[in-house]
Design a binder for this molecule. Sequence first.
Ligand code: PEP
Length: 252
Amino acid sequence: MRTKIVAGNWKMNNDKQETKVLIEQLQDSIENLSLENTRVLVAPTFVNLSSAVALANNSKIEVVAQNMHQAANGAFTGEISAAMLKSVGVHSVILGHSERRTFFGETDALLAEKVDTTLANNMEAIFCFGELLEDRKSGNHFNVVESQLKNGLFHLEAAAWKQIVLAYEPVWAIGTGETASPEQAQEMHAFIRKIIKDHYNQEVADAVSILYGGSVKPSNAEEIFSKADVDGGLIGGAALNATDFSAIIKAI
Ligand code: PEP
């Protein structure tokens, strides 16, 4: 059975105190849930990772990072390495979020390097990808997604996929209030699983968790999560509010 995952990407929000409050509120709201086969992740900003890990210790919440540099160390001002993340107890990292691709120029080739660094450090990569509105309108969305996956991940050996989580995030649905319909999400997730099967095998395709991201909220989460190939969500805006985020967790 595939692991279900609900992950909150907090982006550049929440100072140290706000991080504490949100983690404590979230803990209170989910502590009595039986989260069998389900992981709850939150991704605070770098400076709050260490305190978040301490707060989330012995709870149902795992703390992950929003980004990471591909090099082991060196003259890369402002960057963070895999070893640094691990040294504060973070073992999973979001890579390739559309905001990293769009605002920070992250390419498929760079992301392939970041994935390699992640795996070489025995960490987990939550690999994001998804098409722009113009790709969807021109009917090119399947090609775009296929090439993002091929260029970013298909150099990996099958065994490495145990450390990969996928997050399909159509860019036109991120932070816009516009959500892919559950049918659109399912159609794309099934396509993703098929190309993984074709390149690797059925076992790899069946095992990988594929999250949907893009304006998931309490009102639409249950329907999206009910689709066969949707294994959870990567949540932006709604993850900043403990009531909304825990409602989304309950929906899974
Ligand atoms: C995201 O940034 O990954 C995201 C899905 O954001 P939102 O839920 O706000 O659309």
